[in-house]
Design a protein around this ligand. Structure first.
Ligand SMILES: Nc1ncnc2c1ncn2[C@@H]1O[C@H](COP(=O)(O)OP(=O)(O)OP(=O)(O)O)[C@@H](O)[C@H]1O
Ligand SMILES: [Mg+2]
Length: 242
């Protein structure tokens, strides 16, 4: 199997690592048949790739073989942002979907134990045809059979239909919301949009939330008293005893 080195993966601050861990646990409560999970957001720069990468890393390091499929075929920045390198020429998902490589050639074993990646090595301006192809469906199904968890990073919902296409191949979706930035109405529209796919929306991740704001004090109060709110697996959040 081809190898890929991830050079830039700094240790996360405790609070962030703990939040990712809670996300991991909450997703695991969704059931063993929820294996293929798409992570998306309403607008650019809300933290999709960050959440996908850190969640993938944590799941893998804890022993579950996990594959991250980068499906931001239009403008993926993962390669430079996380310092991905290979000994030979990097080929990725687009090469496979375009029929220029076999699936095994684009699934890389990484320096994260149990962590595998299908990167984007070449971007395309209109991936719609590739996403609707039989090869795309086969890629997802193959990964589903072969790995314990499949996490899919996508472009934002607001600008293009890619994520909607991808969702239909997944067991569930997760919506990342940038705290204090994304308007409530925009988040609501995205929730409706995802629900229309018929694929369960597993939850919403509030990323980069300002921990000193009024709303976060509300969460802290519950946290301190031994409770946190479980945002995954059900439509209604339930208080869960820690
Ligand atoms: N919780 C966080 N803590 C620290 N940095 C973060 C966090 N979430 C996101 N970032 C940083 O914010 C920037 C934007 O995040 P990211 O690239 O994950 O967003 P995105 O939604 O994938 O954007 P795009 O729509 O362009 O793909 C990145 O530099 C990322 O490292
Ligand atoms: Mg991204």
């Amino acid at each position: 199997m081809n190898k890929l080195q991830i050079g830039k993966m700094p240790q996360l601050p405790f609070e962030v690592s703990e939040a990712i861990n809670q996300l991991r646990i909450n997703l695991s409560f969704c059931g063993s048949d929820v294996k293929t999970i798409m992570i998306t957001s309403s607008t650019p720069n809300e933290g999709k790739s960050f959440v996908t990468m850190q969640l993938w890393r944590m799941i893998a390091e804890l022993g579950t073989p996990a594959v991250l499929i980068d499906c931001d075929f239009r403008k993926s920045e993962m390669r430079s942002k996380y310092g991905m390198s290979t000994s030979g020429q990097l080929i990725g998902g687009v090469h496979y979907l375009a029929g220029k490589a076999e699936l095994d050639d684009v699934i890389y074993e990484t320096n994260v134990p149990n962590g595998y990646i299908i990167p984007v090595a070449k971007t395309v301006t209109n991936p719609a045809i590739l996403l609707e192809s039989e090869r795309f469906a086969q890629m997802i199904e193959h990964c589903r059979q072969r790995f314990g968890v499949v996490l899919i990073d996508t472009p934002p919902l607001g600008s293009v239909a890619d994520a909607m296409n991808i969702a239909t191949h997944c067991d569930g979706t997760v919506l990342v919301v940038r705290g204090g930035e994304t308007p409530r109405k925009v988040v609501g529209d995205s929730v409706q949009q995802l629900k229309r796919t018929g694929v369960p929306l597993l939850g919403v991740v509030l990323d980069r939330a300002e921990m000193n704001s009024k709303s976060s004090l509300y969460y802290k109060r519950y946290y301190k008293s031994g409770y946190y709110y479980k945002g995954y697996g059900s439509e209604k959040s339930q208080p869960v005893q820690k």
